[in-house]
Design a protein around this ligand. Structure first.
Ligand code: ATP
Ligand code: MG
Length: 472
């Protein structure tokens, strides 16, 4: 165990605690990650006594005497040094009241403090006291659970989860992140308590969701969220994707499991949170747009438009950012069918230019999403689709090299058009601008200034505009 205590902070804390005559332990995430040999940059210390006083004493001994940030009400203190975060807290006994997240906190023993932790694997402590330095304190069999990959609450799961319902999200998050199994009683406890998630702020929930989204195989987490009905508490639109309907012997696919497959596929290629969110959202409007007719069977016409519109509302509610990242996801949802649609016709340069124009900088991400969206069980079909997509990809490369549409800037600007014809901002200016854009994208003219000016002059003439008289 001592080998995990290499960082000089441990010696410093040991001495400072001795001076204050307080027992102190490393506890929680750091111990867990050390035993799992996962990197960890935050270290939690629990002391029987004042965490704030201990933190102040420790900071005095550290190089540069870093600042101590503390919250008197919570009895916690924090020191940041280099890339490390040290958290100090006095051992606590907590009890919660129903319908409130605010616990009644009292001072307690190490054992009290371990009792209020969420999982046995997070309740491990290592002594930093002189007589027992380096010894592991493991009252709930956390090391064994760690070894067997099991998530289990230290106390009765319903007590642990009612006290702080976020712990249910954390259970699923750790299951997804570490590939651990949630022990049966703990799992049943989540199912029974899932409705209590409603008292947790959406900000805390989405932090855990994003950790699930960023895990190696996010479908593990989302299936657990669905099966425990936690997902139902905050993301009903995703729940609605689940299910298969049959009419006249025709069945559509289950869009929930399809979405998870696409998400896992994307996760194999990219760690980008927002590309992964695009996968989650890409078919979100399928339930709202679902229809059946004898000719086509099941249809989901316009689900890309409706889904793109839904993105902002859902992001707002989930407390995801409403900035350009939201716009990126909305754009991905809107365009997600376009690359595949292209393969169904003869791929004209003009269609490719339009796709590059609409996707802009994100064209590569869109192609990746499109590739990951192919989830048929029919291998030959998958192969054919992939091959067609490769052709589109090649064509995109060729066209882009030639026409540079990706960062398209009109070769003649709106200002110039106004100057040329002596116009104020008006409908005509907009018409000429958009005709010019179409002409370039459709390949009527080349993406250069000479051809563009000529085109603008002709277009102006068509609209009955005249050039202002020049005096010289
Ligand atoms: P990560 O750092 O990857 O988010 P972690 O388990 O280290 O995971 P922290 O938020 O750093 O999480 O918390 C450190 C420790 O505090 C945990 O290991 C656990 O013992 C305890 N803890 C954190 N949140 C809770 C909670 N909601 N309920 C009970 N104990 C918690
Ligand atoms: Mg941590």
């Amino acid at each position: 165990m001592l080998t995990h205590l290499k960082h000089p902070i441990f010696e410093t804390v040991k001495k400072a605690a001795k001076q204050l005559d307080q027992d102190v332990y490393v506890v929680g995430g750091f111990v867990r990650d050390a035993l799992l040999q996962r990197p960890c940059k935050d270290i939690d210390f629990v002391t029987v006594g004042s965490g704030i006083e201990l933190a102040k004493a420790v900071a005095q001994q550290l190089k540069g005497k870093p600042e101590v940030n503390y919250f008197k009400n919570f009895g916690t203190a924090h020191i940041h040094q280099d890339t490390w975060d040290f958290e100090f807290v006095g051992a606590r006994k907590e009890s919660y009241q129903r319908n409130s997240r605010k616990p009644i906190v009292e001072e307690g023993t190490l054992q009290d403090d371990q009792n209020r932790r969420d999982f046995t694997i997070n309740a491990l402590a290592i002594s930093l006291n002189y007589d027992t330095y380096g010894e592991l304190v493991d009252p709930f069999g956390g090391v064994e659970d760690l070894h067997n990959g099991i998530l289990r609450t230290p106390l009765d799961p319903e007590v642990t989860f009612s006290d702080d319902p976020l712990r249910m999200m954390r259970a699923v998050r750790f299951a997804s992140q570490l590939g651990f199994h949630i022990e049966d009683k703990t799992y049943e406890g989540i199912k029974r308590t899932s409705k209590r998630l409603s008292i947790i702020s959406q900000e805390r929930i989405i932090d855990e969701v994003n950790k699930i989204v960023l895990s190696e195989k996010p479908s593990i987490g989302f299936k657990l969220l669905f099966n425990t009905r936690l997902l139902h508490q905050f993301f009903p639109e995703m729940v609605a994707l689940q299910g298969v309907e049959e009419r006249n012997g025709q069945r559509h696919k289950d869009n929930f499991y399809h979405t998870l497959q696409v998400l896992d596929n994307v996760a194999e290629y990219s760690n980008d949170l927002w590309l992964r969110w695009s996968a989650i959202m890409h078919d979100i409007a399928k339930p709202n747009t679902k229809d059946f007719n004898d000719k086509e069977g099941w249809t989901f016409h316009g689900h890309e438009f409706v889904g793109s519109k839904m993105t902002k509302r859902i992001f707002r509610r989930l407390k995801l950012p409403l900035n350009d990242r939201m716009k990126y996801v909305a754009k991905m949802v809107l365009l997600h069918l376009r690359p595949i649609a292209l393969t169904k016709e003869i791929v004209t340069d003009s269609a490719v230019r339009r796709l590059i124009f609409d996707a802009g900088e994100d064209i590569d991400d869109l192609m990746l999403l499109s590739k990951c969206d192919i989830t048929s069980k029919n291998e030959r079909k998958v192969e054919r689709f992939l091959k067609n997509l490769q052709l589109v990809e090649q064509k995109i490369k060729d066209v882009e090299e030639r026409d540079r549409i990706r960062n398209f800037q009109p070769p003649v600007s709106g200002d110039e058009i106004m100057k040329l014809f002596g116009l104020k901002p008006s409908r005509e200016v907009g018409m000429i601008k958009s005709a010019l854009k179409d002409a370039v994208l459709d390949g009527v003219i080349k993406n250069n200034r000479d051809e563009a000016i000529n085109f603008v002059l002709n277009k102006g003439k068509e609209l009955g505009l005249t050039l202002p008289h020049s005096d010289n």
